[in-house]
Design a protein around this ligand. Sequence first.
Ligand SMILES: Nc1ncnc2c1ncn2[C@@H]1O[C@H](COP(=O)(O)OP(=O)(O)OP(=O)(O)O)[C@@H](O)[C@H]1O
Length: 251
Amino acid sequence: MSKQIIQMKHVHFSYEHQKVLDDVNLTLMEGEFLGIIGPNGSGKSTLMKLILGLLRPRQGEIKVFGQPVRQIKDRSRIGYVSQKSNSFNRGFPATVREVVASGLVGKLGLFRRMKKTDWERIDQAIDQVGLTPLVKRNIGKLSGGQQQRAFIARSLVSDPDLLILDEPTVGIDAKSAEQFYEMLARLHRDRRLSLILVTHDIGVVSTYVDRVACLNKRLFFHGNPRDFVERQQEILSAAYGYEVQVMEHHH
Ligand SMILES: Nc1ncnc2c1ncn2[C@@H]1O[C@H](COP(=O)(O)OP(=O)(O)OP(=O)(O)O)[C@@H](O)[C@H]1O
């Protein structure tokens, strides 16, 4: 039987007096790829911060790996790449390999020397995101899409059970975004990684993910992509409040 990686029950959240999440119930099963869509300001990043334990719900319960998130001792079990990751200063003095290696610091501690097997893991993660030809390149000299891949590799080296990507393709052109999603789909398949992708790209959710959640303060849909596509216009106009044009992805 597959395990529940995330379980949210009747979660409410407000920033001061602004209600941002209203009675959200959401589950993520082991090995599932969940896509979360919703308009600007709909509470998607807030939801991710609650899962990461950076914020506390006002009401309701959130369990990650079967326990309250604040009680999880090994934080490296959750990988997180945010939309702001891809803004490295051009002159930042670290290579792709060094940036990816820094993902092991949390797991190993700052002063333990890397072993040969650690470097093998690092190179494997780099290979999985397709950056092997660029390992020695300075991170600042990579494109936005390539930098995002490096950050994903960095979160993969500690072998997380759950990877959360918050709008990883912001500022990346359509073709590179497509390649990025292909890479994610491959990663998900090869590693059986539980994956959450927050995105504005509605076409993606029907193409690559196992389950779709459509959020705007509350959940307007949580189910499989086939049902989502069937009821897409109805769900999106309820959640977004206007007609939404959906770009097709040709998988
Ligand atoms: N630290 C904060 N303090 C107060 N209000 C906040 C804070 N962070 C977010 N908000 C507000 O909460 C609401 C939800 O924000 P959130 O970032 O979760 O939305 P989002 O769906 O991720 O948006 P986007 O798609 O634009 O990134 C917004 O109205 C935002 O202005």
